[in-house]
Write a protein that binds this ligand. Structure first.
Ligand code: HEM
Length: 449
């Protein structure tokens, strides 16, 4: 019990729509969750009860104080495992799917692998893979940035977390991985897909891809047990005393959580770059003034504040992690409202990052709002902006991602000024992450240096 029973009795039921019999608002949510959640917040306020069918209720929290309560102050009352369980099942007992004491214990064990020094040591991998891509690109041709960024960040994550250089491997690893993360266990209206394990069904192909990846990962674990490599994540998990299955689940989670989000963030950033000349010019000017003809390196990052503001603002407008969900263990009270045990609570970066109450002209892409004297600089209200979450489950890869985003953006923009191919519309796909489904085809216009 998180608050006393009599206290909960005095709490009110949060407002919300009635929904349809049996299915509640489930279908409306699934068809277009971004608009639906935004509408619900606008219509009903900062805490909304959403009936999801089968007597399941979901609470949408959009007051920063409520979000702080969910992620930080009452964090131990909220579990993650039941959220997206079917979609994330292949991650096993990695950090995203474990709770309570097990989470605390394992998080402490893997934390050193994401220390500042360790993350800085990955800069060479990040830049090296970016250079390989730049060499492959041909000036004045068109590429899909979503596709290119996905390939790039998967390559970086596989090398950083598994010591596996996909540039020298067949495409099988990347293909298998994409097949698993693209698999949808439910149809759009929430009906479970049949689990026919045949080579031609989506489920069967996903299972085969998973078996292939497992084989690759277990082979690496066996190698590292025989010979540890300093600074290698699998080696450090093995040395921390984890069983093979635990190492597999953690490594798989780092790979999954660590590349798709970053790829989406980059694709969105380049889309915004190519569609907002006035916001992009200061960034190009800064790169030219600070670096001249020299390629960016890690030590340059602190001297590139416009790059920092550009990245922050992209993550505000298009947060790759667009929603955080939890399940209440015991009854709780959020503000003056009752949140019963076993109900689901969500906080949405998509909704919060675009609320006019906290963000003047919220839909405008304005990196300058992050200047020190502006609203985003100093006066930002905690939990109105949380692209990496917060509290004990804050993204463990945040320093890795922040470094990777800045290095890749800068290095590409030193060589090319990508121009959006005309006639495209950005189409968003909010699944586990928010990604650009279409609308990121760009022409690679070489930059004259
Ligand atoms: C732009 C890139 C990224 C974004 C926007 C992002 C966002 C997030 C968010 C919002 C959470 C919290 C989820 C929750 O509270 O339920 C999270 C957790 C996590 N992220 Fe990231 N992430 C990014 C990159 C990375 C990278 C590069 C890694 C590398 C390993 C990573 C690994 C993880 C892991 C393991 C967790 C679970 C942490 C825990 O529960 O203790 N992420 N991420």
């Amino acid at each position: 019990m998180y608050v006393r029973a009599e206290e909960i009795d005095s709490q009110r039921q949060a407002p919300g729509p009635r929904g349809w019999p049996f299915v509640g608002v489930g279908p409306a949510y699934r068809v277009d969750p971004l608009s639906f959640l935004t509408r619900m917040q606008q219509q009903f306020g900062d805490i909304v009860t959403l009936p999801m069918g089968s007597r399941r209720r979901l609470f949408l929290l959009s007051d920063p104080a409520y979000v702080e309560q969910l992620l930080v102050a009452h964090a131990s009352n909220y579990h993650s495992r039941d959220i997206n369980r079917s979609a994330m099942e292949f991650l096993g007992d990695g950090l995203l799917n474990i709770d309570g004491e097990t989470h605390r214990h394992d998080r402490a064990l893997v934390q050193p692998s994401f220390s500042r020094r360790q993350v800085e040591s990955y800069a060479a991998i990040m830049l090296d893979h970016t250079d390989t891509m730049l060499h492959r690109w041909k000036p004045n041709t068109e590429v899909s940035f979503r596709h290119e960024m996905q390939r790039l960040t998967l390559g970086i994550a596989a090398q950083a977390f598994f010591g596996l250089d996909l540039r020298h491997e067949s495409a099988a690893f990347g293909d298998a991985f994409s097949r698993i993360i693209r698999y949808r266990p439910l149809t759009v209206i929430g009906v479970p897909r049949p689990k026919w394990d045949l080579p031609i069904t989506a489920y069967g192909q996903m299972q085969r891809a998973r078996a292939f990846l497992d084989e690759q990962i277990y082979a690496r674990i066996t190698q590292r047990r025989q010979q540890a490599i300093p600074g290698d994540i699998i080696s450090s998990l093995v040395q921390a005393g984890m069983r093979d299955e635990q190492v597999r689940d953690h490594a798989m989670t780092f790979l999954a959580a660590g590349h798709e989000t970053t790829a989406n963030a980059l694709a969105f950033a380049f889309y915004l770059f190519s569609t907002h000349a006035s916001a992009s010019t200061p960034l190009l000017q800064e790169l030219a003034a600070e670096l001249g003809n020299r390629d960016v390196v890690l030590d340059d990052l602190p001297r590139l504040p416009a790059l920092d503001r550009f990245t922050r603002e992209s993550l505000r407008l298009y947060p790759p992690a667009w929603i955080i969900g939890r399940r209440a263990v015991a009854d709780d009270a959020i503000g003056n409202f009752r949140l019963p045990a076993r109900s689901f609570a969500i906080a949405s970066q998509w909704v919060m990052h675009r609320m006019p109450r906290y963000w003047p002209d919220p839909l405008a892409f304005r990196p300058d709002r992050w200047l020190p004297h502006e609203q985003g600089g100093q006066n930002i209200i905690p939990y109105t902006y949380f692209p990496f979450g917060g509290g004990p489950r804050t993204c463990i890869g945040m320093p890795f991602a922040q470094q990777e985003l800045r290095l890749i953006l800068a290095r590409i923009l030193q060589h090319y000024v990508p121009e959006l191919v005309p006639g495209q519309r950005l189409v968003l796909e909010p699944h586990i992450t928010l990604r650009p489904l279409r609308g990121t085809r760009m022409r690679l216009v070489p930059r004259l240096r």
